[in-house]
Design a protein. Structure first.
Lengths: 182, 560
C-alpha cells in the first residue's frame, strides 16, 4: 500500500512523560516521525501535538487508535494535506558579506516573502514561512549561491479546513465534567 | 498521617487484603507502616520480585480482583517488568507500587535509582511517579480505577522515598471518572442490529470466545446467546473455561495447538462472531487465508482491537456483559444441527490420530496428556489449572476439563517461562477453597524455583506437577520439525527435584512407571498441603495437532 504524509493531531493533558507515551507507539511499528510540534492549545491545561509521518492509511488508523487509547490523551485524529491548512517556519543564517556581494536582494525577498530578523556586520537572519517545499527551495537556492551558515525548520502546525472543528464535540463533553477533577 | 500510612489506608479503601512484595531501601517507610496493619493486610513475601508480580497476576486471574505488588526501587522495579508486560498482554488488573529515591535525588543516578516510569510506559495502562505525600491517595484511587476498568491492565506507581515520610492529610476519594479515558464504550444499537441480522441470516454461524467474556463476567449471557441461536463456539487459550468442557456447543480450543475442528471450521463458517478476543497470530495463522469466506462480527471493549488484525463487517463496541444480551435479544431462535454435527468428522480424525495415543498410549513411556487427564479426573475437573509455558502449557490447556469459569491461569500473550510456580501461589491465595494444580516443564520450573521458599513460609497448598522430559520440550519439538533435528542447547541436566522440594519441607514423589501414577496422584490430592509430583514422561513427545507458525488455519499437522 502507498505511503503518504499524514498529519496526526493529539490533544492531551499536560502531564510529565506524555511525549514518550506517544513516541513509543511509533517506535514499535518502526515509523519515523517526520516533524513534531508541541504547544499549549487554545484550551487551558490541554496540550496539542502536531505530528507528521510517512505511512500507509491503514497503519495511521491503527496508530491513532493506539494513541487515543492512552489514559491521558483526550483525543487523537489524523488528516491528509488536502484537509488541512498547514505551515512551517524556517530560519536561515547567512554571511553578510556574501549576501551583499549578490547585489540587489530585493527580488529574492519579494519572490520568497522573506522577513529579515537580524542584520549585522557578520551575519543576516532570514525568516521564511511556508510549506516544506517552499522553505526547502529557498534553502537550496541560498546553499548553491552563497552558502547557509545555519538552518532550522520548525515542525508543522496545522488547522483543519472542515467547518466544524473536530474538537468541538469533545469540548462540549468536557464542559459537562468541568467541575470534576481530572 | 505519613505518606506511608496514607498509602496503606488508601489500599484498604480499595479493598486490598493481600499484597505480594519484597522490602528494600527505598520502600522501607511503606513496609514500616505495613507492620502496623498485619491484621488487615496479608503480605506474602516472594523470593524474587518477578515472583511477586506473577503471584499478583495469578491472584487477579482467579479472583477477578486487582493484584497488588509492593517492591523497592532499581533492581526490584526492573525485576517486576516481566510480570507487568505479561499483565499488559493478558489484560490482567495489576497495581505495582515501586519505591523510588527521594525527589531531591531524582535524575542524579542515585543508589538504586532507575527511570521506572520511562521503562514501564510501553507496558502499562498508566505509569505515574508520586513525589509528594498529598498526591498518594489520589494516585492510588486513580491507579485502581484504571487497572480494573474497561480492558484491565497493569498500572505502576513509583513512590519517592520522601513522599512516604512526609506528613499530609488523608483525603481519599474513590476515582470513578477520568475525562480523557472512556473505559467502556457505549453500545451502539445500529451495530448491534447489524450483528444480529448477520447472525439471523447465517447458515453456519460460529463463535470464538476470548477472555473478554470472563473479564466482563458474561459467561451466563454467552451461553444464553449460543443456546438461543444454536451457535457452535470455540475458545482461545485465555478464553478457556468461559464455557464448561461438556457444554453441547463447546467445540474446543483454537490456535496453533488447538483442536482440529475449531481451526478448520474457521474457514468454513459463513458468519464468524469473535467475542472478547483479539485475533492473535497464534489463533489466526496467516491472515491472508483467514476466514475470508465469512462475515466477521467483532465484539470488543477496546476500539484499538477493531480492524487491527481482521477486518470486521460488524464491529460491536462495549462490554460483553452489555453487548451479548443486546444482540441476543434480537436473535431468532434457530437450529443449526447439520452444521454443528459437521464438526464431528474432524473431531473423530483428531481423536484417532492424536488424542487416543496421547491419553491411552500403547508405548511404555508416559505422555503428558495422560498425566494431565488423570489429574483432571482426580480433581473432578474442578481444580484451577495453572501452567508454565511450552509443551506443558499446550497439553494442560488441551487435556484439562473445565467445569467452572476462571479455571486456567496461563501466560498467553507474553509466553513467560517461569510464570508457573509464582502464578500458582497467587492463584491458591486468590481461590483458597479450590484445588490449584500447576503443570510445569522441567525448564520453566527452574526459572522461578526460588518461589518454593514462598510456598514453604506461607504453607500454600499448591499441587505442582513437573512433566519432566529432560528437554526444553517445545523448542526441541520445533528443532525436530523445522531445524533438522539439530537440538541446539535444549537438552537439560536436571537436579533431583524431590530433594530440592524436601529442602523446602515440601512433600513430593517421582514417578517413572505408569503403574505408579494413579497412586501418586491420589497421594498428591489427598489433602490441602503443598506437593510436588515429578512425572518422567517420554523424552521426545510432540504436541499435536500443530498449525505451523505463519501458515493457514487449515494447514494442520496431526503427526504420524
Amino acid at each position: 500500500m502507498e505511503k503518504k504524509l499524514y498529519t496526526i493531531t493529539v490533544f492531551s493533558e499536560n502531564t510529565v512523560g506524555l511525549l514518550n507515551q506517544i513516541t513509543i507507539i511509533f517506535t514499535r511499528r518502526a515509523i519515523n516521525i517526520e516533524t513534531l510540534s508541541v504547544s499549549p492549545s487554545a484550551i487551558k491545561g490541554i496540550h496539542k501535538f502536531t505530528i507528521t509521518v510517512l505511512a500507509t492509511r491503514e497503519t495511521v488508523i491503527k496508530v491513532v487508535k493506539q494513541i487515543d487509547k492512552r489514559i491521558d490523551i483526550l483525543k487523537a485524529y489524523f488528516n491528509t494535506d488536502e484537509e488541512l491548512v498547514h505551515q512551517e517556519i524556517a530560519l536561515y543564517k547567512l554571511a553578510t558579506d556574501k549576501l551583499l556581494a549578490l547585489g540587489s536582494i530585493e527580488n529574492l525577498i519579494r519572490q520568497y516573502s522573506i522577513r529579515i530578523l537580524e542584520m549585522n556586520e557578520t551575519f543576516v537572519v532570514f525568516l521564511k514561512s511556508g510549506h516544506y517545499a517552499e522553505t526547502q527551495q529557498l534553502f537550496e537556492e541560498l546553499s548553491n549561491s552563497i552558502g547557509v551558515l545555519q538552518f532550522i525548520r520548525s515542525g508543522r502546525i496545522a488547522i483543519t479546513k472542515s467547518k466544524v472543528e473536530r474538537l468541538t464535540d469533545m469540548l462540549e463533553n468536557l464542559k459537562k465534567f468541568e467541575d470534576q477533577p481530572i | 498521617m505519613t505518606g506511608s500510612q496514607i498509602l496503606i489506608e488508601s489500599l484498604l479503601k480499595e479493598g486490598v487484603d493481600t499484597l505480594f512484595g519484597y522490602p528494600g531501601g527505598a520502600i522501607m517507610p511503606a513496609f514500616d507502616a505495613l507492620y502496623d496493619y498485619r491484621d488487615k493486610i496479608h503480605h506474602v513475601l516472594a523470593r524474587h520480585e518477578q515472583g511477586a508480580a506473577h503471584s499478583a497476576q495469578g491472584y487477579a486471574r482467579v479472583s477477578g480482583k486487582t493484584g497488588v505488588c509492593l517492591v523497592t526501587s532499581g533492581p526490584a522495579a526492573t525485576n517486576t517488568v516481566t510480570g507487568i508486560s505479561d499483565a499488559m498482554l493478558d489484560s490482567t488488573p495489576l497495581v505495582v507500587i515501586t519505591g523510588q529515591v527521594g525527589a531531591a535525588l531524582l535524575g542524579t543516578d542515585a543508589f538504586q535509582e532507575i527511570d521506572v516510569v520511562g521503562i514501564t510506559q510501553p507496558i502499562t495502562k498508566w505509569a505515574y511517579q508520586i513525589r509528594r505525600a498529598e498526591d498518594i491517595a489520589w494516585a492510588v484511587a486513580r491507579a485502581f480505577y484504571i487497572a480494573k476498568s474497561g480492558r484491565p491492565g497493569p498500572v505502576v506507581l513509583d513512590l519517592t522515598k520522601n513522599s512516604q515520610i512526609q506528613e499530609a492529610e488523608f483525603d481519599y476519594k474513590p476515582c470513578t471518572f477520568i475525562r480523557s479515558y472512556i473505559p467502556v464504550p457505549e453500545v451502539n444499537n445500529e451495530q448491534v442490529a447489524l450483528a444480529a441480522e448477520l447472525i439471523n441470516n447465517a447458515k453456519k454461524p460460529y463463535a470464538l470466545i476470548g477472555q473478554g467474556v470472563v473479564l466482563a463476567g458474561a459467561e451466563k449471557e454467552l451461553k444464553e446467546m449460543l443456546d438461543k441461536a444454536d451457535i457452535p463456539a470455540a475458545w482461545t487459550l485465555l478464553g478457556a473455561s468461559a464455557m464448561p468442557t461438556d457444554y453441547r456447543l463447546n467445540k474446543g480450543f483454537l490456535g496453533m495447538h488447538g483442536n482440529m475442528s475449531p481451526n478448520m471450521k474457521t474457514n468454513e463458517c459463513d458468519v464468524l462472531i469473535a467475542i472478547g478476543m483479539r485475533f492473535d497470530d497464534r489463533v489466526t495463522g496467516d491472515l491472508n487465508t483467514y476466514a475470508k469466506q465469512a462475515k466477521v462480527i467483532h465484539l470488543d471493549i477496546d476500539i484499538a482491537e477493531i480492524n487491527k488484525n481482521v477486518k470486521a463487517d460488524a464491529p460491536v463496541l462495549g462490554s460483553a456483559k452489555d453487548t451479548i444480551p443486546a444482540i441476543s435479544a434480537l436473535l431468532k431462535p434457530a437450529k443449526h444441527t447439520e452444521w454443528i454435527d459437521s464438526f464431528k468428522e474432524y473431531d473423530d480424525r483428531e481423536y484417532e490420530k492424536v488424542i487416543k495415543k496421547e491419553l491411552y498410549p500403547e508405548t511404555q513411556s508416559m505422555t503428558m496428556g495422560e498425566v494431565i487427564n488423570k489429574v483432571s479426573e482426580a480433581t473432578n475437573h474442578k481444580a484451577v489449572i495453572v501452567t508454565d509455558v511450552g509443551q506443558n502449557q499446550m497439553m494442560a490447556a488441551r487435556y484439562s476439563k473445565y467445569s467452572q469459569t476462571r479455571s486456567l491461569v496461563t501466560s498467553g500473550g507474553l509466553g513467560t517461562m517461569g510464570f508457573g510456580i509464582p502464578a500458582a501461589i497467587g492463584a491458591k491465595i486468590g481461590a483458597k477453597d479450590r484445588t490449584v494444580c500447576l503443570f510445569c516443564g522441567d525448564g520453566g520450573f527452574q526459572m522461578t524455583i526460588q518461589e518454593l521458599g514462598t510456598i514453604m513460609q506461607e504453607r500454600i497448598g499448591v499441587k505442582m506437577i513437573i512433566l519432566n522430559n529432560d528437554f526444553l520440550g517445545m523448542v526441541r519439538q520445533w528443532q525436530e520439525m523445522f531445524f533438522d533435528e539439530r537440538y541446539s542447547f535444549t537438552e537439560i541436566d536436571n537436579p533431583d527435584f524431590i530433594t530440592i522440594a524436601k529442602a523446602y519441607k515440601i512433600e513430593g514423589r517421582e514417578v517413572s512407571k505408569r503403574e505408579d501414577l494413579d497412586d501418586a496422584i491420589a497421594d498428591m490430592v489427598k489433602d490441602d498441603k503443598p506437593y510436588l509430583l515429578v512425572v518422567n514422561v517420554e523424552k521426545k513427545g510432540m504436541v499435536y495437532p500443530m498449525m505451523p507458525a505463519g501458515t493457514s488455519v487449515t494447514n494442520i499437522v496431526l503427526g504420524d
